[in-house]
Write a protein that binds this ligand. Structure first.
Ligand SMILES: Cc1ncc(COP(=O)(O)O)c(C=O)c1O
Length: 383
């Protein structure tokens, strides 16, 4: 048969994180630090809101942008936590997780062949979504600038490339945990302002910072920013699949068309749950944030003593650590041996793009005693 499928998709590799997760999971007793999956249950009031919604037959299609109530709750959350003003009627779309938000945003702004700057190491979805939208990524190695995009790197990349349409920023970052200090973000925003490019600002970890306040790109560059966030990480609600896009209203229609074409609308019960979380979730955010901070400190202390070089994660729930010199630069081999011999699962840094070689990413979003046990095993392993 001469049947073929979309050739563009041949460029996309299925998620390596999930593939490695499955392999390491098969090692008996392996402590899995592979996935960015909070170990906490969903907050009790959020469960109640979902149960009430089910009992009230909230089981029908909702508005394509998400229920107005949930969009209002997002607008209140953005105002209260980040002093941002977005109109719930025309500037917020609820999506199926931040994942769909990233996809719909990129598809909504890109023409075929246009380029997207992606500071590296990066969350692999940005490349997959850009490629699916017939765009091209320009991966910019940030390993020499503390894993941060700088004005200088931006100017250089813009000078070397034509047809650039957007830059993706993700802070606090998956995989590195680093985030921008206020002056750094202000300087970067000033630099971006000089170009006609969008900022797709993935701030899904905005509520999980350690010792620093999160500043949103939307507050510095409101006209160019397409803000992405959601309930998955802040409220331990990954399975409810609630993300959102917030942007100036002139950018919403094309993104909305993609969203409506792909999903029509999200899940009504999830919207009811997320509305409660966004409105009344501050204490839960703080409770979980404090637990993550304790775990982060356990990792930092143990890894530094064991000879890893660790950029201090100021947010999210990952440590991105440089493997001790005696193990060389092969992060894949290191992770495979570590899983087999020490029974700790981590993700090799190289799968997150240039600049990640020789590093490992570990998620500390698992119970504190498991984090402690994992660090003991790692320390014994590296000797
Ligand atoms: C940086 C980043 N963006 C987006 C996502 C996807 O979030 P969601 O589960 O809401 O689709 C993740 C999940 O790991 C992430 O780390």
């Amino acid at each position: 048969m001469a049947l073929t499928t979309n050739r563009q998709l041949e460029k996309i590799v299925p998620s390596k994180i999930r593939e490695l997760d499955e392999i390491f999971r098969s090692v008996d007793g392996c402590i899995m630090m592979t996935m960015g999956e909070p170990d906490f249950g969903m907050p009790e009031n959020v469960k109640e809101a979902a149960i009430t919604a089910i009992k009230n037959d909230v089981s029908h299609y909702s508005h394509s942008m998400g229920t107005l109530d949930a969009r209002q709750a997002v607008a209140e959350f953005l105002k209260k936590r980040h002093n941002l003003d977005f109109d719930p009627a025309s500037e917020i779309i609820l999506t199926i997780g931040a994942t769909e938000a990233i996809y719909s945003a990129l598809f909504g702004v890109l023409n075929p062949g246009e380029k997207v700057i992606v500071p590296s190491p990066y969350f692999p979805l940005y490349k997959q979504a850009t490629t699916t939208a017939y765009g091209e990524t320009i991966e910019v190695d940030t390993s020499q600038t503390g894993f941060l995009m700088t004005p200088q790197l931006l100017h250089q990349t813009m000078a070397e490339n034509e047809n650039v349409k957007a830059i993706v920023l993700n802070f606090p970052s998956n995989p590195t945990g680093v985030t921008y200090m206020k002056e750094e973000l202000v300087a970067l925003a000033e630099a971006i302002k000089q170009y006609d490019i969008f900022v797709i600002s993935d701030e899904i970890y905005s509520e999980l910072t350690y010792g620093v306040d999160h500043l949103s790109m939307a507050s510095l560059l409101p006209d160019q920013t397409i803000l992405i966030n959601g309930a998955s990480k802040s409220f331990a609600m990954t399975g409810w699949r609630v993300g959102f896009i917030a942007a100036k209203k002139q950018w919403i229609p094309p993104i909305f068309k993609v969203h409506q074409t792909v999903v029509t609308t999200g899940v009504s019960v999830s919207y009811a749950a997320a509305a409660e979380a966004f409105r009344n979730g501050e204490a839960d955010i703080e409770r979980m944030r404090m637990a993550y901070e304790t775990r982060r400190n356990i990792c930092l202390d143990a890894l530094t003593k064991a000879g890893f070089t660790v950029p201090e994660p100021k947010g999210a729930f990952y440590v991105f650590a440089r493997i001790p010199e005696k193990f060389g630069n092969d992060d894949m081999a290191f992770c495979q041996t570590l899983a087999k011999e020490a029974r700790v699962g981590m993700i090799p840094g190289s799968i997150f793009g240039p600049g990640g070689e020789g590093y490992v990413r570990m998620s500390f979003a698992l119970a504190t005693d498991l984090v402690e046990e994992a660090m003991q095993r790692v320390s014994a392993f590296v000797g």
